[in-house]
Ligand binder design. Structure first.
Ligand code: SF4
Length: 223
């Protein structure tokens, strides 16, 4: 079994609740979505079998917080991913999965090998795509068993009703999860302040804890 991997690198997590933690990143090739704000268009990959990838990851074993399996969308290659997660978990690593939260069936087969789930909430007015409420609901219910947080990118077009729907979904399916409101970094400083304040108020009314955290790696200038 071969997996398609676009890059492997050592860096500092720049998004979400774990920003600042040192991680090894494994970027999976390919995605099932095409979000308007995507900054990770991938055009090349190398093929690995699970043992080859694990061998390469072992060269990084030195004080890292966890391995971030990211993409693209790692769950598109769920059989390969499960094999790798089993190896890294048995080797003493914490597995951290970054995912767009639209493939609950794929998550179900490997959730036992994941410690932390960083799930995107794809708001249609942000992505320019259709909504994924039903897939997100099933995904959140599964991921709620784990250390889970949810991240929504906020753009100039993001609408209140989408944030409200997303907050309701989190409260019903994963009430303990924290929602990160991540301002689209292409909008420039201060451009989204009013929206962010009003969206935070919506979350508070829905009894969902929401934090505003920008993409720190872009601010700090790290990969
Ligand atoms: S899910 Fe992530 S990788 Fe895929 S298109 Fe959207 S932002 Fe890009």
């Amino acid at each position: 079994m071969k997996g398609r991997i676009s890059e492997i690198f050592d860096s500092i997590q720049g998004e979400g609740l774990y920003w600042g933690e040192r991680q090894v990143f494994v970027r999976f090739f390919g995605c099932n979505l095409n979000c308007r704000f995507c900054d990770t268009k991938l055009d090349s990959f190398l093929e690995y079998d699970p043992d080859e990838l694990y061998k390469e990851l072992k060269m990084y074993y030195d004080g890292h917080h966890s391995i971030a399996f990211t993409g693209g969308e790692p769950l598109l290659q769920n059989d390969f991913l499960r094999e790798v997660l089993m190896l890294t978990q048995a080797g003493g690593w914490k597995n951290y999965l970054e995912t767009n939260g639209t493939l609950p069936g794929a998550l179900n087969g490997l959730i036992d090998y994941v410690r932390i789930v960083a799930m995107d909430l794809k708001l249609p007015s942000s992505t320019g795509l259709n909504n994924f409420w039903e897939a997100h609901r099933a995904f959140l219910e599964l991921a709620a068993k784990k250390d889970l947080y949810v991240k929504a990118v906020i753009c100039k077009d993001t609408r209140e009703e989408d944030v409200l729907e997303g907050a309701k979904l989190i409260r019903k399916a994963a009430a303990e999860a924290i929602l990160i409101l991540q301002p689209d970094s292409s909008c420039g400083p201060g451009a989204l302040d009013k929206k962010l304040k009003s969206f935070k108020d919506i979350c508070r009314r829905e009894r969902v804890t929401a934090c505003v955290i920008p993409q720190m790696h872009k601010i700090a200038g790290v990969k």
